[in-house]
Write a new protein. Sequence first.
Length: 379
Amino acid sequence: MLNKPLPIDLVEYFSNIEDPRVERQKLHALSDILFIVFCGSICGVESWEDFVVFSRAKLKFLKQHIPLANGIPSKSTFQRVVSRLDPEAFRACFLKWVADFDSSLGDVIAIDGKVVRRSFNHANEQSAIHMVSAFAAEARLVLAQEKVDEKSNEITAIPKLIDMLNLKGATVTLDAMGCQKAITQKIIESDGHYVIAVKGNQKSLYEAIKNHFNNFFDMKNNKNVDVSVMEGASRNRVEKRECLATDSIDWLKMKDDWVGIKSCVAIRSRRTINGKESTEYRYYISSRPANAEQHNKIIRSHWAIENNLHWVLDVVFNEDDSRIHAKHGAENMAMIRHVVMNKLRIAQSHYPRKISLKGLRKSAGWNDDSLLSILCQRI
């Protein structure tokens, strides 16, 4: 533990994780190493070498908050310690941290997966890691993550992720990979709702919903179908999203196989991009009542996980270019990026003027007060 109390919740939640080193190898305190890793990751550090360079540049700041009794850790120390931390224990710390603010996160939780593309290691026959994350769409914060086991897929990881979450009153959104009977049952048993995309992996269900809604898209009025239309334009793109929702689903022969199902939903999306028009149809099952306006917003918010998590990890954090892969290094650094992204989002929401995440990271790197403010910020 640190020598003096700090108003930094990362210190409070993560410093008690078990140190993987034997006693004679503990030249640097684990809390010191983690503090540097969190600070460095906020400021744009992307490699073990960078943590050493960052520590030298921020030595005065670091010594104000951690002892650094034996100076700055080496590149190999950062690599060895972070790569050997138990990812399950690290995730438990993350979940405790999130649990203290998840009541403020809104009611749509998007679940989706992402591969950290360059985290493979051919020498050890280690595949690139695939992380499935739960994302609070409204607050734009990561709630939990689960690594997909090698030779498996997201279907096995999603139930484990659901077990980590407080779903009471929340709506879980999933793409077609998550359209599984066991998953809908687990969500309902957790007191949550679901809106799940249906595609060819559930062929009979998909064909039944598609054939049913094809009869209604161009009808002006039908008492059994609720309709909502959303239109938007940005730069060279114009989109019209028509949502149809019905809870009259006696025609769905397999409805009893899907725990909690109350309605079926269809979306027709018409886009014009640079003068070129396209039309796409998408279909969903839902445990929510057939309110088309709500479903239109919920389904649209699912894409927040692509735009505000996966895109940010790739573009702002350069995650796909990371070559950190030894032992648990890739998985632990993926979780550290989630922690840091949450910290930056919270700080961004309290910032006195509009600022990008890249701008916040630069500000933290250039200004010690800005870095400390991000570290101390709570939701």
